[in-house]
Structure formats: structure tokens, C-alpha cells
Design a protein around this ligand. Structure first.
Ligand code: SF4
Length: 194
């Protein structure tokens, strides 16, 4: 962990400052631990609800709880994947400015990489975790098709609400809102403008 330090160097007058320059010249408020936990909560809820849906979706098959455990492990592994292959390229790497704290864990796993490749890395590696959003929908749909149950429907709706509404809203309106590199971040639509 390290505080972001002020620096005497920066872009020449008239140049558009890079996100790294913005961070260096105008330190942002450090993210409190409680807010880091809050930012991780929707993802954790998604993994728990998703694992339950996977278990119920194949409840007549042997190893349904194993499948649920594998889904949860996939979610944990996906977070680690992002820490290894995206966060080292981020300007928030190894700072207390990363909204979810991944940037600090990433610094313990891998050295900093070239920030100019951030957008490319983001686009390349985000698809690795995308199935986490859809596997439970398929499993829940299978469970409901096999035999309707209000519990399965409630789980499915809760999963969809959390994963497709709450999680993106927390990221975009809270986590990413003050990020100086949001203009180049695909998650915030930067790639569409590029
Ligand atoms: S802001 Fe995103 S990409 Fe940057 S360090 Fe944090 S989790 Fe990683």
C-alpha cells in the first residue's frame, strides 16, 4: 500500500494530462476500507445467488453441490484473473484509490505494467468472467422449466436484479465516477468513443 504522492513533473502547458498525471498532481480521497467492502458486496452476492441457482438447476444430477462450488470458485478465480491481467495496467494499481481494493492485492501478485495498454488488457480479459453473469440464468431457467417453483423464480429475479442492475450501478455511479481514466475504460464506454 502506498499513498499517492505529489510530483514536480507533469505534462507541459497546453498538453492534456494523462490519468497518471491527474492522480499525481491532484490526489483524490483515499478509499476507506468500509467502502472497499461495500464495493465488493454485489459481486459476492452474485456468486452466492449464482451458486444456488447452479445447484438447483441440476438438482437431479449427482454432484450438484460440486457444480455450485465450482461456480463459486470460478468467481473467485475470475477476480484473481482481473487482479493479475488487468489491474497491473491500471493507474490505481498499488494505491488506495482503487474502489474495490483489487489494485492493492494485484501489487502483491505482479509488477506494474504499462498503463498505455490498460484498455487493450481490459477488453481482452473481461470476457473471461462474463459467463459468471449467464451460467446461473441458464441453470435457473432449467430449474423453472423442469418444475415451477416460487423459490427458483425469486432466486432468479434476485440474481438478475443484483447482477445486471445493482452491480453495474455501484461500479459506474460510485466506484468509477471519480476515476481519471474512465474516458479510456471500456466499462465506462470509452472504447465506443475511441
Ligand atoms: S480500478 Fe479496476 S482495474 Fe484499476 S486497480 Fe482497481 S479493480 Fe483493478
Amino acid at each position: 500500500m502506498q499513498d499517492v504522492e505529489r510530483t514536480e513533473t507533469g505534462p507541459d502547458a497546453g498538453e492534456t494530462p494523462s490519468p497518471a498525471d491527474v492522480i499525481k498532481s491532484c490526489p483524490l480521497a483515499r478509499i476507506p476500507r468500509t467502502q472497499e467492502l461495500l464495493d465488493n458486496l454485489p459481486y459476492l452476492v452474485m456468486l452466492v445467488l449464482g451458486a444456488l441457482l447452479v445447484q438447483r438447476g441440476i438438482s437431479h444430477a449427482a454432484g450438484s453441490w460440486l457444480a455450485a462450488g465450482l461456480y463459486f470458485a470460478y468467481g473467485v478465480g475470475g477476480a484473481l484473473w482481473i487482479m493479475l491481467f488487468v489491474c497491473p495496467y491500471c493507474h490505481f494499481y498499488d494505491t488506495r484509490l482503487c474502489p474495490c481494493g483489487y489494485g492493492q492485492i494485484a501489487a502483491k501478485l505482479r509488477a506494474r505494467q504499462d498503463g498505455a495498454d490498460f484498455r487493450q488488457q481490459f477488453r481482452r480479459h473481461i470476457p473471461v468472467i462474463v459467463p459468471l453473469w449467464f451460467l446461473p440464468l441458464i441453470a435457473g431457467g432449467l430449474a423453472l422449466t423442469r418444475q415451477f417453483s416460487w423459490l427458483d423464480l425469486a432466486l432468479l429475479l434476485a440474481f438478475a436484479l443484483n447482477s445486471f442492475v445493482v452491480l453495474p450501478l455501484v461500479s459506474r455511479l460510485y466506484g468509477c465516477a471519480k476515476c481519471p481514466q474512465k474516458e479510456s475504460c471500456p466499462w465506462m464506454g470509452g472504447c465506443k468513443r475511441a
